[in-house]
Each structure stands twice: as C-alpha cells, then as structure tokens.
Ligand binder design. Structure first.
Ligand code: PEP
Length: 257
C-alpha cells in the first residue's frame, strides 16, 4: 500500500442536460450508498451550469461524491466576459477543477503558461487542480512522450510551492487515447506516470512525489480499469465517455469488487 487513495473522476465535458445531470448524480448516490467507499474517492466534473444542483444533491445526501469544474479563469474577477473564476467555484464548494485538459489546449489554445496561472488561481481559492498533461500521436510515434509530458508538468507547476503541489492531482492523458476507444496499454500508462512521479521528486522531494496522485485518462472503461490500476504509479483515472453512463462509471469505481 502506498497510502494514496485512488481518485476516479468523471469528466462529463459538454454533455447531459440539466435533468439528466441530476438523475445521473442520484443514480451514483444510490449505487454507491450500500458500501463504504473510503478506499476510492469519486468525483464528477459537470458543466458549470449543473454545479449548484450537484452541490445540493451531494450535500443533502452526506455522500462522499466530490465534484468540481472542467476549467476556471486565471483571473479572480473583472471584465472577462464568459469566464468563471476560482472564487465562484469555491462558493459552490467545488473540490476539484481540471486545468489544461487536452480539449482546452487544442481548441482554445491553452499553453503551459496559462495552465500554470490557472493552477495558481485554483490554489488561491482552495480548490485542488487536476492538471492534465499528455502527448499527441505524432509525439508518441517519435518516442518523445516522456520528455514532452514532463515539459508540460514543469510548465504547469512553475513557481507553485511544495505545500500546494503535495495535494495536486496530475492526469496523464495521451491525446491519441482520448475519446478514440484506443486505450494506452497499462505499461504505456505506467511509463509516463512513473516518469511524472520521478520528476516531482526532482522538482520537490521524494516524500512529496509519493503523496501526489497521478491519474491515467484515455478510453478508460470497466473492462480495462483493473489492469491500469494495477500499475504502481497509477492512482486513479479521469474518465470521459464511460462516465456519462452511471452504471458503467459505478463499475469503474468498483474495480476492486
Ligand atoms: C477525458 O476527457 O479526460 C477522457 C479521458 O475522455 P475518454 O475517457 O472519453 O477518452
């Protein structure tokens, strides 16, 4: 046992309408209520507009389902039309916020500098970032997945102090495996997750690196989660498509059963 509680986080992306979102969280609540899930932490990342309702459901139920947002602004307030700040998310008691998801990097031009500012913004408001990193297919084909991903880790964590980083979650998500049905092999996931932990030890300390949870993400399903979780440096998963089906998500959460 390494002392790290696995985190299974469902990234809903821009899916589910409001009623579906509520029904989904209710289903999770019922399905996970019969057992003590201290051993696995569960979180959902709904669209911003659903957070208030999710908060109400989760609070009311005393469940250990955590929730968070898929993005936040690097700014705390002001003339930034369309943006959502960390302070707004903190008001809604979000535990987590994804930063630098590959879809943000790809479609919204988010680079490491902005991701770094967003990581700092999240910590200013007491929200734990899930920093997403990972290489595209061209980089993988060139065998450069480790240096490429570690550069994203370095950039995202620049000048972030150890007291904050020890609580961070890093999601290794090879872009070629996201939403494609093509899952990385457990060995591929371990190679990069292990390298990320090694980098944290270099940048901070081995003690800190041993505390940080590193997730794998990319076409995770109930059928492949156990093999991925068997890797020593994989501490959970960020789940997209399979998290939209409550039954499937519950099966992933219960991978040990
Ligand atoms: C994701 O969006 O973070 C993700 C891993 O998606 P999927 O599980 O659908 O590949």
């Amino acid at each position: 046992e390494n002392g790290r509680t696995p985190l299974m986080a469902g990234n809903w992306k821009m899916n589910l309408n409001h009623l579906e979102a509520i029904a989904h969280v209710q289903k999770l609540a019922f399905a996970l209520a019969d057992k003590d899930y201290d051993a696995v932490e569960v979180a959902v990342l709904p669209p911003f507009v659903d957070l208030r309702s999710v908060q109400t459901l989760v609070d009311g139920d005393k469940l250990k389902i955590k929730y968070g947002a898929q993005d936040l602004s690097a700014q705390d307030s002001g003339a930034y039309t369309g943006e959502i700040s960390g302070s707004m998310l903190a008001k809604l008691k979000c535990s987590y916020v994804a930063v630098g998801h590959s879809e943000r990097r790809q479609y919204h031009g988010e680079g490491d500098e902005l991701c770094n500012a967003k990581v700092k913004a999240a910590y200013r408001h007491g929200i734990t970032p899930i920093l997403c990193v990972g290489e595209g297919l061209d980089i993988r084909k060139a065998g450069q997945q480790v240096p490429y991903t570690l550069a994203q880790v370095d950039g995202g964590l620049k000048d972030v102090p150890a007291e904050q980083v020890e609580s961070i979650v890093i999601a290794y998500e090879p872009v070629w495996a996201i939403g494609t049905g093509e899952v990385a092999t457990p060995e591929d996931a371990q190679e990069v997750c292990g390298a990320i932990r090694g980098r944290l030890a270099e940048l901070y300390s081995q003690e800190l690196a041993d505390k940080v949870r590193i997730q794998y993400g990319g076409s995770v399903k109930s059928g492949n989660i156990a093999a991925i979780m068997a890797q020593p440096d994989v501490d959970g998963a960020l789940i997209g498509g399979a998290a939209l089906d409550a039954d499937e998500f519950v099966k992933i959460v219960r991978f040990r059963d």
